[in-house]
Design a protein around this ligand. Structure first.
Ligand code: SF4
Length: 284
């Protein structure tokens, strides 16, 4: 996508492709604390090279547009659940899903844990200088066992009814499970007891309505997921090794962005070197 750089007054400025905030850049083997968010950890899992170029070399990749419709469902759900949280009563979805022993979890820090940009759940990784963070959508609590239940809101617009069994088998939803596993890792590390089941609260906008009439109607689904943190520490160790290395790691060969950059570089190279018919090897 085309992402033009603008300043705080929304004026176009020259894009440098580099980060300016030094606290966002890690120096291999640095002693000071460094935060790694759930999103950056996910980037590491998708492509070690992009993670390295971003966190260690300070390259700024193009951004994505805001998801304001999705954010709106999150915001309104938050209001609904906060109403029940203050009163410690079950939400309507708990009743309709035979989960009336649940209530939204109350904690003084909850707003901070939900603030993925500035705070989030926070955990120092073992005795390292790496501080792991992750902004959750919600936490519910089983009133009997007192265990906490991690919840993530998802909004989508797909035709027909959602298949709850296959929802998490979709390769495009692989990251959702990683997200939940990571939150479970953080909360357990922070000393909380967790229920083995977490939930995705999926809001599916109904595309088969006859008219819009200023209303988007949604179906709601609770998709259970048994989180698993067994894989996380190996990957965190791998990530820290990459961060402390001077070598730029391999790229992900399925990435369209890198393929585009390569074709872009080759095209420009041919333009300025018209006599050279073929470029030997890969530019990257
Ligand atoms: S393959 Fe290239 S563009 Fe794609 S994520 Fe990795 S480094 Fe970034």
């Amino acid at each position: 996508m085309i992402d033009l750089k603008r300043n705080s007054k929304k004026e176009l400025v020259i894009a440098q492709g580099l980060r300016t905030k030094s606290s966002s850049i890690y120096s291999p083997n640095q002693k000071g604390d460094f935060k790694i968010s759930r999103g950056k950890f996910f980037n590491f899992l998708c492509c070690k090279r992009c993670f390295y170029l971003d966190r260690i070399k300070g390259l700024e990749s193009p951004g994505l547009p805001g998801w304001s419709l999705n954010e709106t469902t999150d915001l309104l759900l938050k209001k609904e659940f906060d109403y029940c949280r203050e009163r410690q009563i079950p939400h309507r979805l708990f009743i309709s899903n035979n989960l009336d022993n649940l209530v939204p979890f109350y904690h003084d820090e909850l707003d901070n844990w939900r603030d993925s940009l500035h705070k989030g759940l926070t955990l120092r990784y073992k005795k390292t200088n790496i501080i792991l963070t992750g902004g959750i959508d919600d936490i519910w609590q089983n009133k009997i066992s007192k265990k906490l239940i991690i919840v993530d809101y998802k909004s989508q617009a797909k035709l027909g009814r959602l298949d709850k069994i296959n929802y998490l088998q979709d390769p495009y939803h692989e990251g959702y499970k990683i997200q939940m596993d990571f939150y479970a890792y953080l909360l357990l590390g922070m000393g909380f007891k967790l229920d083995a089941t977490s939930y995705f609260l999926v809001c599916n906008a109904k595309r088969d309505d006859e008219v819009f009439d200023k209303t988007l109607n949604f179906d709601e689904y609770l998709v259970p997921y048994f989180w698993n943190i067994n894989w996380i520490e190996n990957k965190l160790e791998e990530m820290i090794n990459v961060m402390n290395s001077k070598e730029i790691p391999q790229s992900n060969l399925s990435c369209k962005n890198c393929a585009y950059s390569e074709q872009y570089a080759k095209t420009i190279y041919k333009e300025i070197n018209p006599d050279k018919i073929e470029i030997q090897g890969s530019l990257f």
